[in-house]
Ligand binder design. Structure first.
Ligand code: ADP
Ligand code: MG
Length: 401
């Protein structure tokens, strides 16, 4: 699960990471009011930031033609104008795809003078099976590009999860950023706070881009997390009621929300062959075998170990509401599940949805003979496959890729 920048900053602030002062709002009037408060407290510049679950907002363009989802303003009236131009409009960035995202919330925050921009992230390193913190002097830009063109500019520190991040590691990273004097201590404190946020919240990733050297009103330089992204490890969400409440359904794909209501695990993909499978491992290998025979999966759909007839019908409806689906492959191994329940569900779903697309079914396992009999006696024109390879080849052929 992803959360918004303003929420990520709330979490970071709880763990002692300094972030520019700011508040979230959903009307231009409220944006103006927050800005007035910030100016009254001595801020000389305020930033209006579109809150969507995608990066690249600064360089994004609204469908209305308005440029930039992150805007600096010198007056509260300007904040009002910029907020008006952003709210209720669709922002297209490098990360949103051409359809863009509707902006319905804004973060209005103080915009201190930025001296330098860095990058910082904490995530799990699969190679060492440990958390790592990565930093780079190349902040504020696309980190993938840095990784590709100048990987030596990304410095990593592996963390022992049993003891957590050590202060010397934080100072080492601060040194790698070229920081000197007081800034080393200030950066080390901030980096330890970033790691703590990642660890305590069970995040999958915490990314600060840019992490900035800012100049305070007293002329003193400090560090501040100017942008923040936190994505959660969903398996641990049950431990964090406060973070569960941060979920923004408007940012999630409608079909994925519908699927989660029925206890189905659905992820939309770009291809044309829909898969309905029980078990995540079987779903993965089904997608692989479709690709192997030249097709492309339209989704990942796991109906789980004990799917009911209603779940199968819901799964079919979800699959069919994706217009790029040209054929369906049902691949079920009845371990816990009774193949006949699935077969009955398929027959009911096909009748209820008036399915016209080619449907290939491969059933194996518990009560498979009864299941095959149900399918054969249904009078439906479906194609059966005996093995996974056979079924995959048949569906690829049926959609004509
Ligand atoms: P995104 O990564 O989605 O483009 P950012 O929050 O990183 O959004 O904003 C883009 C750029 O806008 C930043 O790299 C920074 O240069 C500038 N910016 C963002 N927030 C501030 C701020 N508080 N003060 C000054 N500049 C800012
Ligand atoms: Mg950013």
């Amino acid at each position: 699960m992803n959360i918004h920048e303003y929420q990520a900053k709330q979490l970071l602030a709880q763990y002692g990471v300094s972030v520019p002062p700011g508040e979230v709002c959903d009307t231009p009037e409220a944006a103006k009011k927050i800005a007035e408060g910030l100016f009254a407290k001595g801020e000389t510049l305020v930033v209006v930031k579109s809150q969507i679950h995608a990066g690249g907002r600064g360089k994004g363009t609204f469908k209305s033609g308005f440029q930039g989802g992150v805007k600096l303003c010198k007056t509260a009236d300007d904040v009002y104008e910029k907020a008006k131009a952003m709210l209720g409009n669709v922002l297209v960035t490098k990360q949103t795809g051409p359809e863009g995202r509707l902006v319905s919330k804004l973060l209005v925050a103080g915009a201190p003078e930025i001296k330098k921009e860095f990058y910082c992230a904490v995530l799990l390193d699969r190679a060492s099976s440990r958390p790592i913190m990565m930093v780079s002097t190349e902040g504020g830009v696309d980190i993938e590009e840095v990784a590709e063109k100048s990987p030596e500019k990304i410095v990593k520190e592996t963390i022992d999860p049993a003891v957590g991040m050590m202060p010397y590691q934080a100072r080492k990273l601060a040194g790698a950023l070229g920081l000197k004097g007081d800034l080393i201590g200030s950066a080390a404190k901030l980096l330890l706070g970033v790691y703590k946020t990642w660890w305590e919240c069970d995040a999958a990733m915490v990314e600060i881009n840019p992490l900035c050297i800012i100049v305070g009103s007293d002329g003193k330089e400090t560090l501040s997390a100017v942008d923040a992204k936190v994505s959660m490890d969903d398996n641990a969400l049950y431990r964090h009621k406060n973070i569960q409440e941060m979920r923004d359904l408007a940012e999630e794909a409608p079909l994925e929300i519908e699927a989660s209501k029925h206890g189905l695990n659905y992820i939309k993909l770009d291809g044309s062959i829909a898969c309905l499978v029980n078990g995540a491992g079987l779903a993965m290998s089904t997608m692989d075998i479709i690709q192997h025979f030249g097709g492309n999966p339209a989704n990942f759909l796991d109906v789980g170990g004990g799917a009911s007839k209603d779940q199968v019908t819901a799964a079919f409806k979800i699959i069919l509401s994706d217009p790029s689906v040209k054929g369906i492959l049902v691949n079920i191994f009845g371990g816990i599940m009774d193949c006949d329940v699935i077969a009955t569900g398929i027959v009911a779903a096909v009748k209820e949805t008036g399915l016209k697309l080619p449907l290939v079914v491969r059933l194996e396992g518990n009560n498979v003979d009864a299941g095959k009999k149900t399918l054969a006696e249904s009078g439906l024109s479906l194609i059966t496959g005996d093995t996974m390879a056979d079924a995959a080849q048949k569906v690829v052929k049926a959609v004509g890729v």
